[in-house]
Design a protein around this ligand. Structure first.
Ligand code: NAD
Length: 400
């Protein structure tokens, strides 16, 4: 069948298998010119199929590391395409296998005890231990494995109402949005879903099962952003969850002391992913940021960020590079004074009449479509394509 993008709000409900494969390959190509990348030997990536997790898995492959990825993706069913993360994972495994490097995937709810147990069994079977654990989940819901209760995260402000311009980057409509403050319960639920509790459960389970190598490193990803977006991010519900994640790194580090291991939070740059496109106001901020950073030759996407993480901040000649709060700062270029001064200037002069010239919607749109395998060079989107693609290590693919 021919596969076209079908956009519903901030999500695309179709994905293109060849386009997703080309997208994974383009990320591999973006870094594989660099020779002699040192880093991990065997990595577990939790949230491995899209965005920062996929880029981390690709970077681990560039270090010639065997990888196990955990994700929650859907295979194709009848005429429904698989999710983009499914196609990405199938492509990633193929590229890894072509190099003779092991890649295995567990597709299921990472918050559950069953998936943790299955992952540990697979590590024991295929790798023995892992020396790098990357926690890159972004989810709207979590079922607590101990109580069975479901928690939902919300993307709200705290304190006062927050009124701001926002943009529908696909329809190219600028509008004003008013975000109401979250209740105490909504804040607590968001922390339950996106805070550090599950990261710690993973690390406890891996440590107790003896599958962490000596000196193992674990990383989780966070975002801070400028004061412009504080009401919706850093001081919003998600910001509470991220602060909890940052506190959890210290607890995990204490637990790993005997092994000589350490846990870090890496504060990454704002990039277009399925998770970030759901946050109000942030797509407008990103469209401005991309314009400014591109003009300054500082523009980075997930793969460039993770390349810099591995080569300069984690496994580089200076070892692990952190700020005074023990955070790895990959948002250093985004937060540069000159970058933020220009972003703020544009932000303050935006109106319905001029926003299309002042922001880089084209870059946002291309990045968004590429997440689902569209807008990639070299793909003939008028050609019939089979949506049923198997992930080699899962060997589950409906053929109807
Ligand atoms: P994403 O939506 O691209 O990726 C989410 C991943 O989580 C996918 O692999 C998905 O399959 C997996 N997942 C979701 N629910 C799951 C579940 N229940 N079980 C197993 N897997 C599940 O998101 P992203 O933007 O790459 O976010 C990853 C992390 O990076 C998040 O912590 C996010 O806050 C952080 N971060 C993102 C940005 C940004 O701008 N996108 C910036 C800084 C930090």
């Amino acid at each position: 069948m021919m596969i076209e993008p079908k956009i519903r709000g901030f999500i695309c409900t179709t994905a293109h298998p060849e386009g997703c494969s080309a997208h994974v390959e383009s990320q591999i190509n973006a870094i594989s010119q660099q020779s002699n990348i040192q880093g991990c030997k065997s990595a577990l990536i939790i949230g491995s199929s899209t965005g920062y997790g996929l880029a981390s898995r690709i970077m681990a492959l560039e270090c010639n590391a065997a990888t196990i990825g955990v994700c929650f993706e859907k295979p194709a069913s009848g005429k429904r395409t698989a999710s983009a993360g499914w196609y990405n994972t199938a492509a990633f495994e193929k590229f890894s296998n072509d190099r003779g490097i092991y890649a295995g995937t567990i597709n299921g709810d990472a918050f559950s005890s069953e998936i943790k147990a299955q992952t540990i069994e697979l590590i024991k079977d295929k790798m023995g231990t892992v020396d790098c654990v990357i926690y890159s989940l972004a989810s709207p819901k979590r079922v607590d494995p101990l109580t069975g209760e479901t928690y939902s995260s919300s993307l709200k402000t705290t304190g006062d109402n927050f009124k701001s311009f926002t943009v529908d980057p696909i329809k190219e409509i600028l509008s004003t949005v008013e975000v109401t403050p979250a209740s105490e319960e909504e804040i607590a639920e968001t922390v339950k879903v996106m805070g550090g509790e599950d990261w710690k459960l993973w690390m406890d389970a891996l440590r107790e099962a003896g599958v962490l190598a000596p000196d193992a490193i674990s990383l989780a990803y966070s975002y801070v952003g400028p004061t412009l977006t504080y009401p919706i991010y850093r001081e919003g519900t998600i910001g509470y969850a991220k602060k909890d994640l940052e506190k959890t790194a210290k607890l995990i580090t204490q637990d790993l002391a005997e092994l000589g291991g350490k846990a870090y939070v890496s504060v990454n740059k704002a990039v277009v992913t399925q998770a970030s496109s759901a946050i109000p106001v942030v797509p407008l901020y990103m469209s401005i940021l991309f314009k400014v950073m591109k003009e300054k030759n500082l523009h980075e996407d997930c793969i460039e960020q993770i390349y810099r993480l591995f080569t300069e901040k984690l496994y580089g000649k200076d070892g692990v590079v952190t700020d005074e709060n023990d955070l790895i700062r990959l948002d250093d270029w985004e937060m540069r004074e000159d970058v933020q001064a220009e972003v703020t200037e544009i932000w303050n002069s935006i109106s319905e009449d001029n926003f299309q010239e002042l922001v880089d919607l084209q870059c946002y749109q291309d990045r968004f479509y590429q997440l689902f395998g569209f807008h990639l060079d070299g793909i003939d989107y008028t050609k019939e394509v089979d949506p049923h693609v198997a992930i080699p290590s899962i060997k589950l693919c409906e053929t109807t």
